[in-house]
Design a protein around this ligand. Sequence first.
Ligand code: ADP
Ligand code: ADP
Length: 228
Amino acid sequence: TPLVHCENAARTYGRGTGAVVAVHGLNCVVPPGARIAVVGPSGSGKSTLLHLMAGLDSPTAGRVSHPGLGVGDAERLARHIGVVFQGPSLLPPLTAAENVALPLRIDGVPEDEADTRARVALARLGLEELGRRLPDELSAGQAQRVAVARVLARRPRLVLADEPTGQLDRETGRQVLSVLLGAASELSAAVLVTTHDPRVAREVGVRWYMADGRLIQPESDDGTGGPA
Ligand code: ADP
Ligand code: ADP
């Protein structure tokens, strides 16, 4: 059962003559455990696709559903789908460990367990020494790894990452991507990464292409992680 199913989904911004069709005619499934890179130039609709899949936005036509997650409402969806944005968006007054633990606390995880899971998630991302640091005491790559740890600590079934290495230099970006993919695979979580960088896409696995709001999937490429 796919985690995400897009059926002829479209998203239009604005109305009338000024309307922008950000994406249209989207048909795709994300199977459990898939590793998918969505590749395309800026403005091709990658972020919009990701927002629709995350339930952060709704299609203006067609349907986006999550049959494999067995949940309807947005709040429960958020427990199973972790979203990583281009910038780390950590809360400045909280330490790295507190940033990772906060969503768990909001989920109702008891404080001790939340702290333990935060420590484990930071360690998995190679950040065990940095839990007490504030966001502005971290490098860009470290901060982005904390953001990845924050997502993975919730043990999502699907990680959606929107240009997660877009603000990092190539080497730091490679490291962040590699720990993201490794940690997701330990959790058996599916990963979908948007990128305009073909090198990043090759690291991820299966490649989907976006151009002018349309999704182009290579023939016989069902996202199950077969040879890319
Ligand atoms: P990408 O992530 O590939 O850069 P986006 O999904 O951000 O592409 O954007 C696709 C198109 O939709 C672009 O033309 C963009 O300007 C437009 N768009 C995206 N978000 C909005 C918005 N909130 N309001 C108006 N237009 C938008
Ligand atoms: P990306 O290319 O990574 O999508 P952008 O800088 O295009 O990043 O967009 C950043 C944010 O601004 C997104 O949330 C997107 O929905 C919104 N956005 C993009 N284009 C427009 C637009 N033309 N009008 C309003 N909001 C937009």
